[in-house]
Write a protein that binds this ligand. Structure first.
Ligand SMILES: Nc1ncnc2c1ncn2[C@@H]1O[C@H](COP(=O)(O)OP(=O)(O)OP(=O)(O)O)[C@@H](O)[C@H]1O
Length: 228
């Protein structure tokens, strides 16, 4: 319906029966980087969950990477999930297998079967996050920053048009946060991937300025741009 990667119109977002965000209107274009800011508990994660189909959209209209959120079913949610990547603050790699096997596990779970194509894809995403040499490492052999970069690699496996990142620098020291931010901006700029990133970290926002959407008082404010 729309050229936008994300389009929400008059959306109400609930947790159980509590209205968390009302009358949400957002549009995000291809290749845009957008921060989602707001105090704790104001609904950033709830908004992201709505965008990746974890919270059902029952009021208003929404499209994400061409999928109508009102028409999602348990059968069609996997197709939405294949067109977007999600990065979490606390994503845990499977501890009993190396990086390559972790990534292959995700590929198999999203329908990949050909071993050679899977190996090529894994090499490709590890190269994109600059960890080509770490495929045979076990998770405990990686630093926190490297694990977070593997999580970004995981999000890239299905060549998504959109990455949703929920506080991806939340557990990282400033230097490692910088690495992740440079990586996300590189992915956005060089591959045209849209990125929506929830964060509390104004140091990061000021250093890497971009359009900023704010959750506050049950509303989403979509006109603030943070100056550098
Ligand atoms: N599964 C749930 N069931 C009921 N209420 C929930 C659930 N998850 C979140 N909430 C409530 O919804 C509101 C918004 O939570 P949400 O996690 O979206 O906020 P947030 O802005 O992402 O917070 P934070 O910055 O702390 O992650 C909060 O009041 C929270 O308690």
């Amino acid at each position: 319906m729309s050229q936008s990667i994300i389009e929400l119109k008059g959306v109400n977002i609930y947790q159980s029966s509590t209205l968390i965000l009302g009358d949400v209107n957002i549009s995000v274009d291809k290749g845009e980087f957008v921060y989602l800011v707001g105090k704790t508990g104001t609904g950033k994660s709830s908004l992201l969950k709505t965008l990746y189909g974890d919270l059902e959209l029952t009021q208003g209209e929404g499209w994400v990477v061409g999928h109508n959120l009102r028409e999602l079913t348990w059968k069609t949610i996997p197709f939405l999930r294949r067109n977007l990547g999600v990065v979490f603050q606390d994503f845990q790699l499977l501890t009993d297998r190396n990086v390559n096997e972790n990534l292959k596990f995700v590929l198999r779970a999203t329908g990949w079967k050909d071993e050679k194509l899977m190996d090529d894809k894994i090499a490709d995403v590890l190269d994109k996050v600059n960890l080509s040499t770490k495929g045979f490492k076990m998770p405990f052999e990686l630093s926190g920053g490297e694990q977070q970069r593997i999580d970004v690699a995981r999000a890239l496996l299905n060549s998504p048009k959109l990455i949703l990142a929920d506080e991806p620098t939340g557990n990282l020291d400033p230097e490692t946060s910088d690495e992740i931010m440079q990586l996300l901006f590189h992915i956005c700029r060089d591959f045209g991937t849209s990125i929506v990133m929830a964060t509390h970290d104004y140091v990061v926002i000021n250093k890497y300025p971009a359009r900023t959407i704010k959750t506050e008082n049950g509303k989403v404010w979509d006109n603030a741009t943070v100056a550098s």
